[in-house]
Design a protein around this ligand. Structure first.
Ligand SMILES: N[C@@H](CCC(=O)N[C@@H](CS)C(=O)NCC(=O)O)C(=O)O
Length: 182
């Protein structure tokens, strides 16, 4: 989404994670996607890095905020998302592979983050301001996955502002465009 909003032309290559291409591992041995290879050969292999790079080229919708202020503001949310929430999400999604606790326990772990986002969204339309920022784009794919485990539960959960926020981004023209299968 960040590449799309920045208007940068890119070629998208889908990768089968069960059979990672040697060429991908050669440029990024850690073997995670996404990986961006720039024209000058530089490699950026963290999604947060790719988003920042793209928006620093061109940021027509002000996803970075005045003087990049949203980067610092987003940091605590990204940190929580990438650690405690991601762990809870993976266990909630694949609870059968983590039999130590129940699916509901894992969901409750994840709800700590959902509540934090809900409170932010009670104060403004998006996570950091009334317009969409890098924080929303970075975090929403994870909330989408969490909601997708049990959509009925999510729809009636005590996080109505988060439901509206998620629906709004999922129903956006930009999301539809970038999710088109190549
Ligand atoms: N912190 C990394 C995480 C990337 C990541 O874990 N991606 C997953 C797919 S969503 C992956 O490539 N996993 C490697 C694998 O399944 O082997 C980023 O944001 O780029």
């Amino acid at each position: 989404m960040a590449l799309h909003v920045s208007g940068i032309a890119y070629e998208l290559r889908e990768v089968d994670l069960r059979c990672k291409p040697a060429g991908m591992l050669a440029i990024s041995p850690k073997g995670s996607v996404p990986v961006l290879v720039l024209d000058d050969g530089r490699v950026i292999d963290e999604s947060w890095g790719i988003m920042q790079w793209a928006l620093h080229q061109y940021d027509p919708e002000n996803w970075l905020g005045e003087h990049d202020s949203y980067l610092a503001a987003a940091q605590p949310l990204i940190q929580l998302n990438d650690t405690r929430f991601k762990l809870a999400l993976d266990c909630y999604k694949y609870a059968d592979r983590h039999p130590g606790r129940s699916r509901f326990d894992y969901r409750r772990d994840g709800e700590v983050f959902l509540l934090q986002l809900e409170q932010a969204l009670n104060a403004r339309r998006y996570l950091l301001s009334n317009t969409l920022s890098i924080a929303d784009a970075a975090i929403f794919p994870f909330i989408r996955q969490f909601a997708g485990v049990d959509p009925d539960w999510f729809a009636q959960s005590p996080y109505p502002a988060l439901c509206v926020w998620l629906a709004e981004i999922q129903n956006s023209a930009r999301f539809a465009t970038i999710m088109q299968k190549s």
